[in-house]
Design a protein around this ligand. Structure first.
Ligand code: KIV
Ligand code: ZN
Length: 538
């Protein structure tokens, strides 16, 4: 490979989705994967197949349906994981198995605590070396593109890290990832780690070295860039920096730093930077994680100038206060605003920018709804469009419940009361219930629970305005939980009570789909505590 090229390994669909509450359904994942292919990422990490049937299906379908990038599947250094990853990738064209094991003393003690892995730490290390050798060889028997990650490398003693990497390279790994799993490192020491690995490991020049940084100290991007300066040629990152805890390195920040400071790094990526803003928006809508206005590169304020002196300077010459152009990252200040006078072309080309390609048969229906909404609202925002298009998809997993009617009675001095009519898909019956609550939303949720015949823990309820002005849509995000697993529903409506009810029903549908796919049985050997976690070995 050209030594100036930095590969972008995109893990929004795996590490990104591990952010609590960020789970996406299969349709959203496939749409995002297609967008990542248009963005020209080199590798899409599509999921962790052994962890659930839903993850398995996501990897399988992305490997089958998405052209361009290599599709990677995550697996622990466990035979069953690698088999599942291999099977999910079987029908794909360009595929990679990414296998990992914890290597720091903290991980060894926690995950290999039992004496069956060896009594002393030295014995446990020997055990892990054998595991790495075995599983990298197993993965190499399935595909010739194998990545090995030494999880928690940032806190792993350098001697053992060198031993593990030597074993992985000798066994045939083609990419070696050195993750700062806990976001503990600072740039100087992370760079030193790469230099030391290059100096001490055998045949290291034959593999691609990779950075994978978490943002616990806000250093994920800085550490990733330090790794590149020290010789790494693959960056693992996510759109909007979403991921476990404080998240991963943000793709758009890493890519634009490499782009804007190209002569300093002496490297290139293949990324179509003009698609960064729309990709960011798409992931934000799919996960329900808003992009902060001051977010670098893709935030709404990233290119707006408030102070008079700045405005004056920018009007004279943009480069006085701007290091990159808004257009280069797809933040087009002149972008056409959609409203009641917009035509079909404007509507569908905007949807396509957001990765939504509508078939000819549904176009008229969506356009009609768009015109109706445009009559209610002055300006239509991207979120409105996605909500419209999603309302027509009819593919949001299995519909177990559908809310056919909602009425709410509340006001000063009255006890809020809600009436719902809930359709049950499984029995093709409907149930009408009325309930009172402390507030209108509490009354609605109680009535829905009664009509569904069950009760779940409500973890959080959040409402925000999408768009501006009095006619903005209310977007409600609801998280419910069962046995520690979270289910999310997001809905937008000009009536916030309707949005609240719809979001709750969506979350219930997610929960029912999860039960129907009986994910817990799939990980029958008790390997995973809950989906989306990195998982221990015990
Ligand atoms: O943070 C981490 O170490 C990971 C590994 C699975 C690469 O996500
Ligand atoms: Zn990670």
């Amino acid at each position: 490979m050209n030594n100036d090229r930095v590969l972008i390994f995109e893990t929004t669909l795996r590490d990104g989705e591990q952010a609590p509450g960020a789970s996406m359904n299969i349709t959203e994942k496939i749409r995002i994967a297609h967008q990542l292919a248009r963005l020209k990422v080199d590798i899409i990490e599509a999921g962790f197949p052994v962890s659930s049937p839903a993850q398995f299906e996501a990897v399988q379908r992305i490997a089958q349906e998405v052209d361009g990038p290599v599709v990677a599947a995550l697996a622990r250094t466990v035979e069953a994981d690698i088999d599942a990853a291999g099977e999910a990738l079987r029908t794909g064209d360009k595929t990679r198995i990414h296998t990992f094991v914890g290597t720091s003393d903290i991980h060894l003690k926690a995950k290999f605590g039992s004496d069956r892995y060896g009594k002393s730490l030295a014995d446990k290390r020997e055990y892990v070396l054998k595991m790495v050798d075995r599983s990298v060889r197993q993965a190499c028997s399935i595909t010739d593109d194998v990545e090995f990650s030494a999880e928690d490398a940032g806190r792993t003693g350098i001697d053992f890290l060198v031993d593990v990497i030597n074993v992985a390279v000798e066994a045939g790994a083609t990419t070696i990832n050195i993750p700062d799993t806990t976001g503990y490192c600072v740039p100087k020491e992370y760079a030193t780690l790469f230099k030391t690995v290059q100096n001490r490991c055998k045949q290291i020049e034959n593999v691609v070295l990779s950075v994978h940084c978490h943002d616990d100290l806000g250093l994920a991007v800085a550490n990733s860039l330090a790794g590149v300066l020290a010789g790494a040629r693959q960056v693992e990152c996510t759109i909007n920096g979403i991921g476990e805890r404080a998240g991963n390195a943000s793709l758009e920040e890493v890519v634009m730093a490499l782009h804007v400071r190209g002569s300093l790094f002496g490297t290139q990526t293949k990324i179509e930077t003009r698609l960064l803003a729309s990709t960011s928006k798409m992931v934000s809508i799919a996960t329900g994680f808003p992009v902060p206005p001051n977010k670098a590169v893709v935030g709404a304020n990233a290119f707006s100038h408030e102070a008079g002196i700045h405005q004056h300077g920018v009007l004279k010459s943009r480069d006085t206060y701007e290091i990159m152009r808004a257009e280069d990252v797809g933040q087009d200040p002149e972008a056409i605003r959609l409203g009641r006078h917009s035509g079909r072309h404007g509507l569908f080309s905007r949807l396509e920018k957001l990765g939504i390609f509508v078939g000819a048969e549904r176009k008229e229906e969506i356009y009609k709804e768009f015109v109706e909404l445009a009559d209610l609202k002055k300006e239509i925002f991207d979120e409105d469009l996605v909500a419209l298009a999603q309302g027509h998809r009819g593919d949001s997993a299995i519909v177990h419940y559908r809310l056919d009617h909602l009425s709410v009675n509340c006001g000063t001095g009255r006890i809020p009361r809600a009436e719902v009519l809930l359709y049950h898909g499984s029995s093709d019956t409907s149930c009408r219930k009325t309930a009172e609550g402390d507030g209108p939303v509490a009354a609605i949720y109680k009535a829905i629970d009664m009509a569904a015949g069950s009760h779940h823990g409500l973890v959080s309820y959040a409402i925000r305005s999408v768009g501006e002005g009095k006619d903005a849509m209310g977007e409600v995000t609801v998280l419910i939980s069962e046995h520690g697993t979270l289910f999310r529903g997001i809905a937008r409506h000009t009536d916030v009570l309707q949005a609240s009810a719809n979001a709750y029903v969506l979350a219930l549908n997610q929960l029912e789909s999860f039960r129907a796919s009986s994910g817990e049985e799939f990980v029958s050997d008790g390997i995973m505590q809950s989906f989306g976690s990195n998982g221990g070995q015990e």
